[in-house]
Write a protein that binds this ligand. Structure first.
Ligand SMILES: [Mg+2]
Length: 339
């Protein structure tokens, strides 16, 4: 068994009493009491990978659909490049076992895994990057930076740390400002979801910080939307899928229903939803265990255990997060429940 479903007793954020006397302020912190820590980490990873697997059947021209009603796991559903690179970033962070200050060690792992799992949907330029002896960033704004960033959103112990890891993980290949922004925005959403922030707060922060338009509904987007593998053309839409979802499955269904870059958008939206809800259908775990190579399962398992240890040993200061949130969001938000 790869995933330990019983290790979710550690709560990442110490929840205090909700200051209900503060009125006319938007609540930045959810008033439900979901599992954080290990459960959120595990479900974010499952959400990302199962989103990729479910989306894989709807990625190519002719298979894209505009409905949330479809079979989740047809026979041809499998993991793609999104999963392989997500696992590569996870392996990198597990091996260095500290908050990285540079990209040292990342490229060899991406190359090794990418070359061993080559025909899984990489774009032409990224294939060249993988095959080159000394891969250099190629100013890409593709969503490859955003699809692999889940572990960054889970590994950082503060919002700024998650954003820094996301920037580093992106810039080795996708060093266009929009490529870096896409990775940062996804890691940010995962982190804020993981520390119990409300959807309203996540939406407002990302809109202000990254100038993404998250005000459109899926019904607004869907009719004219098509395949767009760039960050600015796919990441905001994937985040809207999360905002409109009710759980991990409905979030992934939302992402597929856009008829765009289905596997990548479902991977991104699924990761955020997993961190937010902290629960996934048991079927998703079983599918992942049945489809992924043993090597991937063991990297996930190691990452989860290490991350759980880090969260327990590092004294987490939530004020660090609210300072940055308040700086970007301005007045009018209540974060008192995080005290
Ligand atoms: Mg893919």
């Amino acid at each position: 068994m790869c995933f330990n479903r019983n290790k979710n007793s550690h709560s990442y954020v110490r929840l205090g009493a909700y200051a209900s006397d503060i009125i006319n302020r938007k609540s930045g912190v959810r008033d439900d009491d979901r599992h954080g820590g290990y459960a959120s980490d595990e479900c974010a990873i499952i959400g990302a990978i199962v989103g990729d697997i479910i989306g894989s059947a709807h990625e190519l021209k002719g298979t894209r659909i505009k409905t949330t009603e479809f079979e989740l796991f047809p026979n041809n559903a499998t993991f793609t490049d999104d999963t392989v690179m997500t696992i590569a970033v996870m392996k990198w962070l597990s091996e260095i076992y500290r908050i990285p200050t540079s990209e040292e060690g990342l490229v060899p792992i991406m190359k090794d895994m990418g070359l061993r799992y080559m025909e899984v949907g990489y774009g032409h330029s990224f294939k060249q990057w993988l095959r080159s002896e000394n891969p250099e960033p190629y100013n890409s704004l593709g969503n490859g930076s955003a699809m692999r960033v889940t572990a960054a959103g889970l590994f950082g112990q503060s919002l700024e740390e998650c954003q820094r890891i996301a920037r580093i993980s992106a810039r080795v290949s996708h060093n266009h400002p929009e490529g870096i922004k896409g990775a940062e925005a996804v890691a940010t959403a995962i982190h804020l979801a993981r520390i119990f922030m409300t959807k309203e707060c996540i939406k407002a922060y990302i809109e202000k910080k990254y100038s993404y338009d998250l005000s459109r509904t899926l019904d607004d987007i869907r009719p004219l939307y098509g395949f767009d593998p760039t960050c600015p053309g796919s990441v905001p839409e994937a985040i809207v899928c999360f905002l409109e979802g009710n759980d991990v499955e409905s979030t992934i269904r939302n992402a597929i229903s856009l008829g765009g870059d289905a596997d990548t958008q479902a991977c991104i939206a699924g990761a955020i939803a997993g961190a937010y809800y902290g629960t996934v259908p048991q079927l998703f775990v079983e599918k992942i265990e049945g489809i992924l190579p043993e090597e991937f399962l063991s990297i996930i398992s190691k990452f989860l255990c290490l991350n759980n240890d880090i969260a327990k040993t590092i004294c987490y200061e939530p004020n660090e997060d609210t300072t940055e949130l308040k700086r970007v969001l301005g007045e009018g938000w209540d974060f008192s429940r995080i005290l």
